[in-house]
Ligand binder design. Structure first.
Ligand code: DGY
Length: 426
């Protein structure tokens, strides 16, 4: 069982569209925000200038207020829905109007430490650092205006976990009556049984229509959003990213910036820990409108491990929870618990395994001392890719590859974790 390194590199090269990498040809023809961060970790293993270019192209889309959009529509085409004509944003380049889990600072730090050309890395990171700081400040000002320590997610696509069952109740408050006519392109590339439903598309597009009518102005979005929740992926990834930004600030920032980031880290660690559920043996997202925990055990429930905020007892409890899930499945980590009635092993974020989630969860467990479960997740990831190929996601019961093929972040995870070169399971 082996994963050929050349095959993974070839996927990144084939998906390169001139300094940015599409997640996969056809289905996702633009640059996606958190995809770009993972993809750069793949590029840095064999083409350093290209890795730094990925970040620069992403930040071409950064708004004046610091927001980094979730899709940058470099070279707009009609083959993706909803395109720039639906989003109606006014940033420096055509883009969506929401953001995505901020993996960027973590990736930039990783690439700086992995770089074999330290002068190139030094120059590039010096230019990237203030832009990342501006984005992290945007999360606080636009998405935590009450300074609770948790940022709000205003759209299922902002969480990156589009049709997760964790959003079902919150999403039911969004009316399925968009003004934009729906013309889905995704199901022309991938079977409808692996994609979100038509009802989901009506509601995600209705949210875009609403926010576009509010001119994408953060205060108005915050006041009028019918979908507003504290998602674990964004919050845990942002906490981790702030730790990595603080490390970069030691070299590139000021004392005042380091103090600002450190203070925010203290607040966010405490706030994430308030999302712990003894009954679930996991962290749970929180609905900021109903003001209730969201009782849905999903893979993001483990991401506070990646943030490094869980104490030893919680790490052990989470390992036991995941070991219980593992008894019902062949491959970890399913995006929804197999114990949950909403689990669907083939449908996008309602059950399938995603490799970049596996990397964050496994390395979170490892850092917390739970090495056995970390090794199991890593070995499962290597087995999935070597048996099925570099798919977008995988069936946790059969291991079948699902969604888009020749997928960039899957190739990047294989290169950077690394799952290649005999290191799987190590
Ligand atoms: C899609 O088009 O399904 C994307 O996930 C949106 O970000």
């Amino acid at each position: 069982m082996s994963i050929p390194v050349e095959a993974a590199r070839a996927i990144l090269r084939d998906n390169d569209r001139g300094g940015y990498t599409v997640p996969t040809a056809g289905l996702y023809p633009y640059q996606w925000n958190w995809d770009a961060a993972f993809v750069a970790m793949g590029w840095i293993t064999f083409d350093e200038p290209r890795a730094w270019r990925e970040f620069e192209r992403l930040l071409e889309g950064q708004w004046a207020d610091g927001m980094v959009p979730h899709i940058i529509f470099h070279d707009p085409k009609t083959e993706y829905f909803p395109g720039p004509d639906v989003w109606k944003t006014r940033g420096p380049v055509p883009a969506s109007g929401i953001s995505q889990p901020p993996v960027l600072a973590t990736s930039v730090r990783h690439c700086r430490e992995a770089a074999r050309d330290p002068q190139l890395a030094e120059d590039r990171v010096a230019a990237l650092y203030p832009k990342i700081l501006a984005w992290h400040r945007w999360w606080v000002s636009a998405r935590d205006p009450e300074r609770s320590g948790l940022v709000g997610c205003l759209h299922p696509w902002e969480s990156g976990m589009d049709n997760s069952p964790a959003w079902d109740a919150a999403f039911a408050r969004v009316s399925p009556t968009p003004t934009t006519v729906i013309r889905r392109s995704d199901t022309g590339h991938v079977g409808a049984e692996m994609r979100p439903s038509d009802d989901f598309y009506k509601r995600v597009v209705a949210l875009i229509d609403l926010y576009a009518s509010l001119d994408w102005e953060p205060r108005r979005l915050w006041a009028h959003a019918p979908f507003k929740l504290a998602d674990l992926a964004i919050n845990a990834i942002l906490h981790r990213a702030n730790r990595d930004l603080l490390a970069l600030a030691e070299r590139f920032g000021t004392a005042a910036e380091r103090a600002e980031i450190s203070a925010r880290l203290e607040t966010t660690a405490a706030a994430i820990n308030r999302l712990w559920s003894d009954a679930a043996g996991l962290y749970l997202a929180f609905d900021l409108i109903s003001w209730q925990p969201i009782e849905a055990p999903i893979s993001a429930s483990f991401l506070p491990l990646w943030a490094g905020v869980a104490d030893a007892a919680r790490v052990r409890t989470m390992a036991a929870t995941l070991e219980r899930w593992a008894r019902k499945l062949r491959y970890l980590v399913p995006s929804t618990s197999p114990e949950d009635a909403r689990f669907e092993p083939k449908r996008y974020w309602r059950g399938p395994v995603w490799c970049m989630m596996n990397m964050m969860i496994a390395e979170g467990f490892r850092a917390g001392g739970a090495v056995d479960i970390a090794d199991r997740i890593k070995a499962d990831t290597a087995a999935l890719i070597s048996r099925a190929g570099f798919h977008e996601y995988f069936d946790p019961e059969t291991g079948a590859g699902l969604g888009g093929g020749r997928f960039s972040w899957t190739a990047a995870v294989a290169l950077s974790w690394p799952l290649i070169g005999g290191a799987a399971g190590a």
